[in-house]
Design a protein around this ligand. Structure first.
Ligand SMILES: [Zn+2]
Ligand SMILES: [Zn+2]
Length: 252
């Protein structure tokens, strides 16, 4: 079992120090994980002390500790992102869309304007940006693929129609999609992505990985056994991990 979507710094609630690292690694062990991957938001990346992570990781050799990053993808920022990623050999990079052309739609205080928008337009614009994120070639993993559903509003058109261009880019570049269990704790109350998308992703032979999106140690590994079971139920037999940017297939 692995958890590749873990925020050590969270939203700056804590420092990425030895004590915090030990708490996260302890939580990963008690959840029975073999691999934990830190993937903090890119805006905090300069606070990460990579040597310290390696030092503390050496205290628990039975646990594989990866260092990734969750990048907030915005069209037009590719060069800035490329420059940032060149400064450290991340094991993997998650590309996530949290904004639609300057509008941070997933913030709790944005629910009002989200509900006033046309749902099909919301979904279409969101997936347009996800397709660009995939096309950018900057990422190995696409984060919470259908985050746009978080307040529970559904499009009138089929979700597969909305997501098709993004899925084509993801498949063409052999990217990985995560099952992100954190959606269950948002108003929508279900994992990202929804089952229908999971089946379509599997049909297109796109690889999966798992992430809790934990912003605190208590949440590391949350619901991942259930997510793994969900994947098995649609015929998935392998899961992707990463090392130095290379995908490693593991039996599920
Ligand atoms: Zn995210
Ligand atoms: Zn995250």
């Amino acid at each position: 079992m692995l958890d590749l979507h873990v925020h050590l710094i969270g939203h700056q609630e804590r420092k990425a120090d030895r004590e915090a690292l030990r708490r996260y690694l302890g939580a990963a062990k008690s959840q029975g994980l073999q691999t934990i991957g830190f993937s903090d938001h890119d805006m905090f990346w300069e606070e990460l002390n990579f040597d310290l992570i390696r030092q503390v990781a050496a205290e628990t050799p039975e646990l594989e500790v990866l260092v990734g990053l969750e990048v907030d993808y915005r069209p037009g920022e590719e060069e800035r992102i490329r420059g940032m990623l060149a400064q450290f050999p991340f094991d993997y990079v998650i590309g996530s869309v949290h904004e639609i052309y300057g509008w941070p739609f997933d913030m709790p205080d944005q629910e009002g304007s989200y509900r006033r928008a046309d749902p099909d337009e919301l979904y279409q614009r969101y997936f347009e940006i996800v397709a660009q994120a995939a096309q950018s070639g900057l990422f190995q993993i696409i984060g919470h693929l259908d985050l746009i559903k978080l307040f529970g509003v559904r499009p009138s058109r089929d979700i597969l129609e909305h997501a098709a261009p993004a899925l084509s880019e993801i498949a063409a570049r052999a990217l990985t999609v995560e099952i992100n269990t954190n959606g269950r704790y948002k108003p929508v109350g279900e994992f990202y992505p929804e089952r229908k998308l999971i089946q379509e992703i599997q049909r297109r032979d796109i690889s999966f990985t798992l992430g809790s999106d934990a912003h605190q140690p208590e949440v590391v590994g949350r619901d991942l056994p259930e997510a793994a079971e969900l994947l098995r139920s649609v015929g998935v037999r392998e899961i992707a991990s990463f090392s130095g940017g290379q995908k490693i297939r593991r039996p599920l």
